[in-house]
Design a binder for this molecule. Structure first.
Ligand SMILES: Cc1cc2nc3c(=O)[nH]c(=O)nc-3n(C[C@H](O)[C@H](O)[C@H](O)COP(=O)(O)OP(=O)(O)OC[C@H]3O[C@@H](n4cnc5c(N)ncnc54)[C@H](O)[C@@H]3O)c2cc1C
Length: 440
């Protein structure tokens, strides 16, 4: 029986779009359906580790990424009083063949979307179209019910991939009765803010202690051409403005900084419960500011940065118990749909890119047996992800909490709070975690 699609992908997030490009490069036809309309810029900032950058570069996106993203030069850790603990280079400086990148999530999603539409056709991604449920059989492949334009219709595919994130409809169909995502006890807030370059301009800064964390890094280089309109996207003069208005654009000399604040809180203090996790949920300055009163990290005035942020997002950090099996038959999962918010590696973007690249290779190797390709993919990636999950809590959390417990009022020299041996063990654990997150 003829089918509508070879591979149908549910979700045009970072994972789903990378998968469409990777399948196309492998000679496999893919179509993507996306529940949202994708018109507003979605999300704040994400990181792409070198292994994910290498995959996107192999897809011909290296130059585009270099144009739109920032390659951080250094990762630096501080305690909450600004005491410097440890730094190391990033990307090329660590010997990787390609950089690590920090990028606005909407920019990354948009550049992937444009690449998919250019290579696969303008109709390859259908927005405002959600997977509702599916049914698979040996004879008919996968029958997928799609909701869009106020009606539900059924289309058929040889294979269905759930790249539909934290509340994946495909995962729900594969694992009926699974409990909803669980709150981890951590509350997060995020924002993008035009700000002068801090800490040398290309630093990923991590600070905290006592259950309170702050990450800050630039997602654009400073805008420095007064003759051009400031770009909402991209790195400066001539960078294309993709048409999404941003509330507060960088002025001359400013970059766009991304910050993530997270705080472990007592669930007893939330009598109404944490509520639903939603990447677009709004947060309030009054909620986040008290946790960072008086923080100054090098030349970064943290309360001023938070207060200048035009729109703060926030909500409970949730995750799911690991799956014992990801897919079944001709259906499988990638990215957050398969393994949302691993405590050891909270930024799932690099993992989603690697999942997509490995799945495309496995499907290509086992063509035309789509089910065999999926099982091959799952055997690789599920083991990688399980190994990463076993490394929680991240060494960074352990180190920052240890330092805060030993020196609650700060320290003068790192040697006052940590022995050389402790610091060496910690850096080794940190590198092992990064290597596990990058392994494909
Ligand atoms: C709106 C949004 C904002 C985000 N902001 C950030 C951020 O600022 N920082 C950060 O680190 N991470 C952010 N994330 C998460 C981050 O993108 C992912 O952790 C990571 O990139 C892995 O991507 P993914 O493709 O697996 O999932 P996601 O990026 O979550 O993409 C899943 C996609 O599937 C779509 N979808 C959901 N249900 C259906 C359905 N039934 N049918 C069809 N499509 C469906 C969603 O609309 C979404 O576009 C955000 C995710 C979203 C959806």
């Amino acid at each position: 029986m003829p089918v509508d699609h070879d591979v149908l992908v549910s979700g045009a997030g970072i994972g789903g779009l990378t998968l469409a490009l990777s399948l196309h490069a492998a000679g496999i036809r893919a179509a993507v359906v996306e529940a949202a309309d994708l018109a507003p810029p979605l999300g704040t900032g994400v990181s792409l580790p070198p292994s994910a950058v290498a995959e996107l570069t192999a897809l011909g996106l290296g130059e585009t990424l270099a144009h739109h993203a920032v390659a951080p030069a250094v990762l630096s850790h501080y305690d909450r009083h600004g005491g410097h603990l440890w730094s190391e280079p990033r990307g090329l400086g660590l010997g990787h063949p390609v950089p690590q990148y920090s990028i606005r999530r909407a920019v990354l999603q948009d550049l992937l979307l444009q690449a998919v539409r250019t290579r696969l056709g303008t109709d390859a991604v259908r927005t405002s179209t959600a997977v509702v449920r599916f049914h698979q059989s040996e004879s008919d492949g996968v029958r997928v019910a799609l909701r869009g334009g106020g009606r539900v219709r059924t289309e058929t595919a040889l294979a269905l991939i759930g790249a539909d994130g934290l509340r994946s409809a495909v995962r729900a169909g594969l694992h009926p009765g699974e409990t909803p995502p669980r709150w981890s006890g951590v509350w997060w807030w995020r924002g993008l803010v035009p700000w002068q370059p801090v800490l040398g301009g290309r630093t990923v800064m991590v600070a905290g202690g006592g259950g309170v964390r702050l990450h800050v890094h630039p997602v654009s280089y400073p805008y420095d051409d007064g003759a051009q309109p400031p770009p909402a996207y991209g790195n400066g003069p001539g960078a294309p403005y993709a048409g999404y208005p941003y509330e507060s654009l960088p002025r001359r000399g400013q970059a766009l900084l991304h910050w993530t604040a997270s705080v472990r809180i007592d669930p007893e203090g939330l009598p109404g419960g944490a509520g639903a996790a939603d990447w677009n949920r709004r947060g309030r300055l009054a909620e986040v500011l008290p946790h960072y009163a008086g923080w100054r990290i090098g030349d970064l005035d943290v309360p001023a940065l938070l207060a200048a942020t035009p729109r703060i997002q926030g909500g409970p950090l949730v995750g799911r118990a690991p799956l014992t099996r990801w897919g079944q038959g001709r259906v499988s999962l990638i990215g957050d749909a398969a393994h949302p918010l691993l405590p050891a590696a909270p930024d799932g973007t690099g993992l989603a890119v690697l999942d997509a690249a490995v799945l495309a290779r496995c499907l290509a190797r086992t063509t035309p047996d789509r089910a065999a390709g999926m099982r091959l993919y799952e055997s690789h990636r599920a083991a990688r992800v399980a190994a990463l999950d076993a490394m929680a809590p991240p060494p960074c959390d352990t180190l920052l909490d240890l330092v805060a417990a030993r020196a609650p009022d700060g320290f003068a020299q790192v040697g006052d709070v940590l022995t050389a041996d402790e610091l060496n063990r910690w850096t080794a654990a940190h590198r092992a975690l990064e290597a596990a997150a990058e392994a494909w």
